[in-house]
Ligand binder design. Structure first.
Ligand code: 5GP
Length: 199
């Protein structure tokens, strides 16, 4: 900032807010609450090869594509990061991020540990990494069971994956524990606010 600039203009912009956490931790709910109250944030819609769930909307939740298309995009270096999760591909396209940045907004990404790792290694990305954890593994298991639709085998696999993801917490900038929704949303807003004020 030069001395002639107004300090009122100070705002660190274009920060990537990256949220990672095990499946079932409540990421979507917390993100919806945060995005709904912050017009400067824009959800980065990922590409995926997994099947669309009945309540999902193309272009809002994901861009649903087949493996052939995903693989072609990958070869053409169209993804800023990508990962294979439970046999399906997921990725953040450069185009999606460019769209968000051209609106002068901050990209908000819901991606897994592998994707977060790729962004951390990318010098062109100014990102803040937030890990969202359950109060305990037992509580996570209870929440996934309550959500239903999980066979004993996939349940076991999800818990194994969750355990591995939780072991990566030290690599993140912030840890938010989702015990009470209101508290977790407040914590996330505090992180975003503080990061924007950073010099
Ligand atoms: P779901 O299939 O339940 O929507 O998502 C499964 C996992 O994929 C979640 O952990 C979510 O964070 C992750 N995910 C969603 N989009 C992306 C992406 O673009 N890149 C990466 N690396 N992970 C993603």
């Amino acid at each position: 900032m030069s001395q002639n600039d107004s300090y009122e203009e100070h705002r660190r912009s274009g920060i990537f807010f990256v949220i990672t956490g095990p499946s079932g931790v409540g990421k979507t709910t917390i993100m919806d609450h945060t995005l709904g109250s912050d017009g400067r944030l824009a959800y980065s819609v990922s590409h995926t090869t997994r099947d669309k769930r009945p309540d999902e909307v193309e272009g809002e939740d994901y861009y649903f594509v087949d493996r052939e298309v995903f693989e072609r995009f990958r070869k053409e270096d169209k993804f800023l990061e990508w990962a294979e999760i439970y046999g399906d591909y997921y990725g953040t396209s450069r185009k999606e991020i460019d769209r968000i940045k051209s609106e002068g907004r901050d990209p908000f990404l819901d991606i897994d540990v592998q994707g977060a790792e790729q962004l951390r290694a990318d010098p062109s990305v100014d990102a803040v990494f937030v890990f969202l954890a359950p109060p305990s593994l037992e509580e996570l298991e209870r929440r996934i069971v309550d959500r239903g639709a999980e066979s004993p085998e996939t349940m076991e696999r999800r818990m194994e994956v969750a355990q591995k993801e939780l072991s990566r917490i030290p690599e993140f900038d912030y840890l938010i524990v989702n015990k009470k929704l209101k508290r977790a949303v407040g914590d996330l807003r505090a992180v975003i606010r503080a990061e924007r004020l950073k010099v």
